[in-house]
Design a protein around this ligand. Sequence first.
Ligand code: FRU
Length: 503
Amino acid sequence: ALAVDMMRPAFHYTPRFGWVNDPNGLVYADGEWHLFYQADYETTLHGNMSWGHAVSTDLVHWQELGVAISYDQHEQIFSGSAVVDKDCTSGLCAKAGEPVMIAIYTSYDQVPDPNSPLDDQGHSTNRHFQSQHIASSTDRGRTWTKYAHNPVLDKKMYEFRDPKVSRRGDHWLMLVQKSEEHVLQFYKSSDLIKWGDGKGGDGPAGEFTGLGATGGVWECPDMFELPVDGDAKNTKWVLIVNINPGSRFGWGSAAQFFIGQFDGDTFHADGDYSWLDWGADNYATITWDSAPNGEVVAIGWMSNWQYTQVTPASTWRNAFTVPRLLELVTIDGKVRVVQNPVKNIDSLRDLSNAVHQSNLAVANDYTEPAIRGRALDIVVEFDAGSAAEFGVKVYQGEHQETLIGYDKAKGQVFIDRRISGTVNFDALFPDRHSADLPLVGNKLKLRILVDHGSVEVFANRGEVAITDVIFPDPFKDGVSFYALNGTATVVSVDVYPMKTIHG
Ligand code: FRU
């Protein structure tokens, strides 16, 4: 049991008990960052879903508050969002004109539709209706009342979900997925209760469809506006469309995104889609509503539907990525989404035990300096030298290592978890996950957040992020540098042990 408990992350949020998937209801209000999430408190599997809740004042330390909105015999509480209704447009505040927090979620009917289509054997396919509901809280998200006249948006559909609501000018805007059709719809409302096209019709104001990856169902949409290169007069919109399955690997779940413009009714992509993360374990990624200074902060579920129910687990299963600041930066003439850990993550660095080295020549396996550690923030710059491949090994020991490296012939940065520890629960798990990234003057900068069950890599300016979960033997905790077929140089490296966020 000791080895299993050692899997609990040091600085990534995970609940004490039970199962989690998607982040939900991300909203900043009164100095608190709210993280609601899909939770099953009774098992470590996806079962009867409720919204769990945690709050933070710094995006680093989280206070777990337990069940916020619970399933019952009629419904499960699927994914959605939350907003602060400042002016009480909904009428659901305690006193007229006072703020009220509103959660907008997908209600999944517990009882299957008795008129579900029949399969080819003549048996019912037992499909469950999904519709959009709201709940309100007048005590900063601690207790919730489901709205008496739910649903607020019901198209009598089986796969219609994951409403993401935000304030846009004089109205509320909802993004919601017709998941099986790969149609993202935009609805408008003046009061969070009546949803339509904003002109009196009960259909959507606009639809986004016909583009992007469509190998699975579309889930968990999000959209936000960002300045390009910090220029407030030149903004673009980013649309996130999570998809499961149908990642670039051909299996499992992943977050795709588009850059473009929003015309008030629908989104127009500038070009093709891309992936927010090049690893396997960053899904249902969405952003906080009303973050201070207009910043866009995202968090993702650090797992993959392909294998998430069969990973090694104890009394809890799954964690979230670190919160990441998203920006738009022009790199090599192209506007890119750049992501990096929020600044406050730096506060976890144990500076008195940090290791700094510079100008280390690396050939084959280089194990000096003998750094060990299970929860680390590694900031490293390499000169590729003559090596065909080079990088860092973490969770290294006999027959075990996780590589964070660069393949020069392919021009790709990667995480390789083929022998990262326990890998045999799914044949697709042990693999190398690579992303195209040119060297800059033969150099590569990496920031690597290593925790007990995960590795997050941010390369160069953050234009490439790679997130993978791992299940290592915790006693094989070596860190070293390596180079293959030639010599590389560690220009400089700082290795910071990370303090735990658990009290
Ligand atoms: C995405 C998802 C959502 C759904 C939720 C159910 O991971 O399938 O579409 O609302 O999980 O837990």
